[in-house]
Design a protein around this ligand. Structure first.
Ligand code: MRU
Length: 351
């Protein structure tokens, strides 16, 4: 059975604007915001209108293309200092997802290559690059899906954490792309989604997009994952990644580490699905990955209602690092990396 479904539109280039589905409002409202200034795009990334490492990368590229399109400079030379400011504003939005810095670096390289051709050449080259990144991300996710679905049994109960779906990418998704590909291959997949406090990406976003695609999904609170794993109710775990260090340590949404340890303890395979743009070969291991600490308000209140007494301290690290010993395989668009990851990841990256 093959069941192709219409893809969710996470982000699009609209000529003079970047259009994004506002993920803060899901599942209640499906609203698309149109941004005409790169500073608005930077704010949208920071405030989680758009989130998920690959989607952040595409938004960064489109934000830079937009900024350059609107710049007042009359020559490519005059544009240079403003281009640097635009890149800096975009790069300073979120520190953990490497796709953001990968995208900015890629746009910088295009600027350098195109500048001899003049201002118009720079503008059109940057727009073309941002659009290419959007296209390539969907293609990468499709390839990740095809490789990854081989790891999924014909009947499978799959646990996932956060949202590594169409909403976290330019489309189709990484971890959820593997699930979609398994369903398209005729497998009977049932998904368990951790709700993912505090931003509730699992409850709000993963559940929304899988339900829309008629893929069976059940939401559990984060502290239920150990119960389901220990009871033999989960066949495998699949998550995405925000940054993968050269040794295969994986930074992903806070709570991923706990799930990985529980999976190992329960004898359940733990898979990571991510494009090679998430691989950071310049960072030797996970201890060197910067972890974003977000606004305490995200923990203090749930959907606008305070749940922590006034005056009580709050911490809100947004990511954690899963050491490579808990990772069974890393699924990329070029194939599946197995331990030892230092060698297998480098080989897939062709480095
Ligand atoms: O804070 P977020 O929502 O941007 O965090 C997202 C995640 O941790 C995802 O799991 C990760 O980016 C992979 S998305 C394909």
């Amino acid at each position: 059975m093959v069941c192709e479904v219409e893809m969710i539109r996470t982000i699009e280039w609209a000529g003079n604007a970047v259009v994004m589905l506002d993920q803060r409002l899901l599942p209640g409202q499906e609203i698309y915001n149109s941004y005409t200034d790169y500073r608005q795009v930077a704010d949208a990334i920071r405030s989680m209108v758009i989130r998920g490492a690959p989607a952040i990368g595409v938004a960064a590229a489109m934000g830079i293309a937009l900024g350059v399109q609107n710049a007042k400079a009359r020559t490519a030379e005059e544009l240079e200092p403003e281009f640097a400011r635009i890149c800096e504003a975009i790069a300073s939005t979120r520190p953990t997802a490497i796709n953001l810095f990968w995208a900015v670096a890629r746009m910088r390289r295009v600027f350098t290559r195109a500048r001899a051709g003049g201002l118009d050449a720079v503008r059109s080259a940057l727009v073309a690059e941002a659009q290419a990144m959007h296209r390539e991300d969907v293609e990468a996710n499709r390839a990740i899906g095809l490789y990854g679905q081989e790891l999924i049994p014909a009947r499978a109960r799959v646990l996932t954490h956060c949202n590594a779906g169409a909403l976290a990418t330019a489309g189709y998704g990484t971890a959820l792309g593997v699930i979609r590909a398994a369903v398209e291959a005729g497998k009977a997949v049932e998904v368990y989604a951790d709700e993912t406090r505090p931003f509730l990406q699992g409850a709000r976003l993963t559940a929304w997009e899988l339900h829309k695609d008629d893929i069976p999904v059940t939401v559990i609170t984060d502290n239920m994952a150990g119960y389901f794993l220990s009871q033999g109710l989960i066949d495998c775990v699949i998550v995405g990644a925000d940054r993968i260090a050269a040794n295969g340590d994986v930074a992903n949404k806070i709570g991923t580490y706990a799930v990985a340890v529980l999976a190992k303890e329960s004898g359940v395979p733990f898979f990571v699905a991510a494009p090679l743009s998430t691989l950071d070969l310049t960072t030797p291991d996970g201890s060197l990955i910067p972890i974003e600490e977000r606004d305490p308000e995200e923990v203090r209140s749930v959907l606008g209602s305070r749940v922590v007494p006034e005056g009580v301290g709050i911490r809100n690290p947004a990511f954690d690092v899963t050491p490579n010993r808990y990772v069974s395989a890393i699924i990329t668009e070029r194939g599946i990396a197995r331990p030892p990851f230092a060698a297998s990841l480098r080989a897939l990256a062709g480095k």
